[in-house]
Design a protein around this ligand. Structure first.
Ligand code: BEZ
Ligand code: FE
Length: 287
């Protein structure tokens, strides 16, 4: 093998990494080497810049733990997470589109009956989200589990709080045999991504908005259907067109209707203000 020069080093490194097993790893590493070298050549990376980048990566690892995933956040704000979601969830035009999972999902939420209040005492305007789960052919999907999680009316997730006794603003609701579902929570608020780490530091050098529009997360993983990880976004919220993680989609924007009093979708009566949002989830059958 010839000694490395500025001209041949990309080919030499790519050849070396082509020995990786399995073949897919070789493909990934070969492409990574070629694209990294092309980047360095394009911007003529200086040694100081390269050292600063290495230091940034070190700090990104150091601030991460089982509750904080700074590398995922970096991928999110670079648009890479959403690109991977889009390439791997190419549903038909009638199916509900997917969006980012985000770092605040907690596995093992409690199962909840129709209309159950998942707010666990969190303050805010009561919100009912209701609708049906169906497939792209229009047939209702009964017994589908909707795993739901959201931020509170201050924009804070359970995962960002210390010890919490009960599940807070997360639960699993099953659709009824006719596909209908109903959950009760509080109107969520848009929030800023964590800005006190290396990702925030980098964003401070830009004019990028560091906010996400108000939304509620859903995960529906029903046998026979493509897994759906998505959100609904409040139509009246700020930041819809500047979502810092590129997660907003037209089809997922839903008006939240505010009522002074009246009958709620779960059949209860309110003499105080509450809100409702109606959304149908349309699942893509597996091939
Ligand atoms: C979220 O929606 O929970 C989220 C997604 C990406 C980065 C930060 C938060
Ligand atoms: Fe979120």
């Amino acid at each position: 093998m010839p000694y490395a020069t500025e001209e041949n080093i990309t080919e030499l490194a790519a050849e070396r990494w082509a020995t990786a097993e399995p073949p897919r790893l070789a493909e990934l590493m070969g492409a990574l080497v070629r694209h990294l070298h092309a980047f360095a050549r394009e911007v003529h990376l200086t040694e100081d810049e390269w050292a600063a980048a290495m230091h940034w990566l070190t700090r990104t690892g150091q601030i991460s733990d089982d509750k904080r995933e700074e590398f995922i956040l970096a991928s999110d704000v670079l648009g890479l997470s959403m690109l991977v979601v889009q390439m791997n969830n190419r549903f038909g035009p009638d199916a509900t589109p997917a969006t980012v999972l985000g770092p605040f999902y907690i596995d093992g939420s409690p199962t909840a009956p129709f209309g159950w209040d998942m707010s666990d005492g969190a303050e805010g305007v009561p919100l009912f989200v209701h609708g049906t789960v169906r497939d792209t052919g229009g047939a209702p999907v009964g017994g589908a589990v909707l795993d739901v999680w959201q931020a509170d009316s201050d924009g804070v997730y359970e995962a960002q709080l210390g010890e919490v006794d009960e599940a807070r603003l997360r639960a699993k609701y099953a659709s009824r045999p006719d596909g209908t579902y109903c959950l009760r929570s509080v109107v969520p608020k848009g929030y800023t991504i964590p800005m006190d780490g290396p990702v925030g530091e980098l964003i401070e050098h830009t004019r990028i908005s560091h906010f996400r529009p108000a939304h509620i997360h859903f995960l529906i993983d029903e046998p026979g259907y493509e897994k759906l990880v998505t959100h609904i976004f409040e139509a009246q919220t700020s930041y819809l067109d500047s979502d810092v993680v590129f997660g907003t989609k037209e089809e997922l924007i839903v008006p939240f209707h505010h009522h002074e009093s009246g009958a709620a979708p779960d059949g209860t009566r309110f003499d105080t203000p509450f809100a409702t949002a109606e959304f149908d989830f349309v699942l893509q059958p597996k091939e």
